[in-house]
Design a protein around this ligand. Structure first.
Ligand code: COS
Length: 387
């Protein structure tokens, strides 16, 4: 069974330990379908998560949430626990938080009232629309635009790799409004999925299937009150949202890695090789040791970042980037070793480690590829030496 001793670490309060224990008990018996119909499965999973109250962690208490402010430790514990059992359940939970995060951070009281309680209750499906065909890592290069028409904005352009694209009820959208070149000329909006001028141009299939789409905006008319923050605030709102959710991507990777380590240990202790259990071979022990270190080091970086954000309220860009970079790369290594220990059975479609092998890959890319995290960490580190 997955090691839970980390819950005794000083990063947590008793309410986190209580949350983790209750979620763990729930997730063991919950109905979390993986039927191949990803849209239908996501709808069913969201209903279950919301009925049990877990999606309340995605919004602040004033709007039906479970903590006063978004609590990164609760978000991370939830993702870690869900991903251990089901990558799709983790995805559904995470998107409610990421997609509504910009509203929590910068929305007017009216926008918060209109969207956040419905997100917490699972009645509105949220999505986060930032990437474009030629602007993913370099956010400031985006070209989709919103033109100020006096009493409304007119949106034109494309967004791609949009998770929940096609099933979302609303998108938090980042576009160029042109107050200044580059990062300072972007703004954020909430766009309802049924707005005329917004179409799902393409559904995209990936190795660990989930709803994903390219969106096209053609003279899509958005009310002025759907602006988040002020014109020109878009880049900072996007980055502030990612500062919260990047640690949680690390936590999802950690759940996958813990599952892989458990599967590897189970294999090593039950399979006989050269006349003894595999676990007696030193080469196998070396793999298990490396996996265990990767898991604990990931957990330390993730819950350090989450604790800094929750308790110090400081900008957490560097810590979140380290957590995401390390935990996603480490989980890839851990899962690869688990596949190796399972041998031929490890590459059989649908086996636990084969599923993990597909599930982990996208986490090293989305919400800032590993190379973007390296850039962020290097800038923050070198910044301390500039005289
Ligand atoms: N919080 C608040 N403000 C931030 C911030 C953060 N985390 N990060 C940057 N800013 C501010 C900067 O301080 C700067 O403002 P000032 O000029 O007033 O100081 C402004 O925003 C521009 O920052 P920067 O110069 O770093 O912008 P860049 O265009 O160089 O950004 C990276 C580069 C690569 C860091 C950024 O584009 C990024 O994170 N890219 C990856 C995006 C991503 O995750 N894509 C996936 C989509 S979601 S699936």
């Amino acid at each position: 069974m997955a090691d839970k001793s980390f819950l005794a670490w000083p990063f947590f309060d008793d309410r986190h330990r209580d949350h983790a224990a209750k979620l763990q008990a729930w997730v063991q018996d919950a109905s979390l379908p993986h039927s191949g119909d990803v849209d239908g499965d996501c709808a069913k999973i969201l209903k279950s998560l919301a009925a049990a109250g877990w999606t309340r962690a995605c919004v602040p208490a004033a709007y039906g949430g479970s903590s006063d402010a978004l609590d990164v430790r609760t978000l991370c514990l939830t993702r870690e626990t869900l991903s251990y059992r089901s990558g799709l359940a983790d995805f559904v939970f995470a998107m409610q938080g990421l997609g509504s995060g910009p509203i929590t951070i910068a929305g007017s009281a009216a926008l918060k009232e209109r969207y956040l309680p419905a997100v917490a209750r699972g009645e509105k499906v949220a999505a986060f629309a930032l990437s474009e065909p030629v602007a993913g890592s370099d956010v400031a290069a985006m070209t989709a635009s919103a033109e100020d028409m006096g009493d409304h904005y007119l949106i034109n352009g494309e967004k791609t790799w949009i998770s929940n694209g096609g099933i979302a009820d609303f998108y938090t959208l980042f576009v160029r409004t042109g107050e200044a070149p580059g990062a300072k000329g972007l703004s954020a909006f909430v766009v309802d999925a049924d707005m005329p001028g917004l179409e799902i141009a393409e559904r995209i299939n990936v190795i660990a299937p989930h709803p994903l789409a390219r969106l096209k905006f053609t003279n899509c008319r958005i009310p002025k009150e759907n602006l988040l923050g002020k014109p020109g605030d878009g880049f900072k709102i996007a980055m502030a949202t990612l500062d919260i959710f990047r640690s949680t991507v690390g936590a999802a990777a950690l759940g996958f890695a813990r599952r892989a380590l458990d599967e590897a240990a189970r294999r090593a202790t039950t399979r006989e090789l050269f006349g003894a259990p595999m676990a007696e071979l030193q080469l196998v022990q070396a793999k298990i040791a490396d996996m265990a270190v990767d898991v604990d080091a990931s957990a330390l970086l993730i819950y350090r970042a989450a604790w800094v954000k929750d308790t110090l309220g400081a900008r957490v860009t560097r810590e979140a980037a380290m957590a995401k970079l390390y935990a996603t790369e480490a989980a890839q290594r851990v899962i690869d070793q688990a596949v190796q220990l399972w041998g031929g059975l490890g590459v059989v479609s649908g086996s636990a480690v084969e599923t993990l092998y597909r599930e982990i890959r996208a986490l090293r890319i989305y919400e800032g590829a590993s190379e973007v995290q390296q850039l962020v960490i290097a800038r923050q580190t070198l910044g301390g030496y500039v005289t």
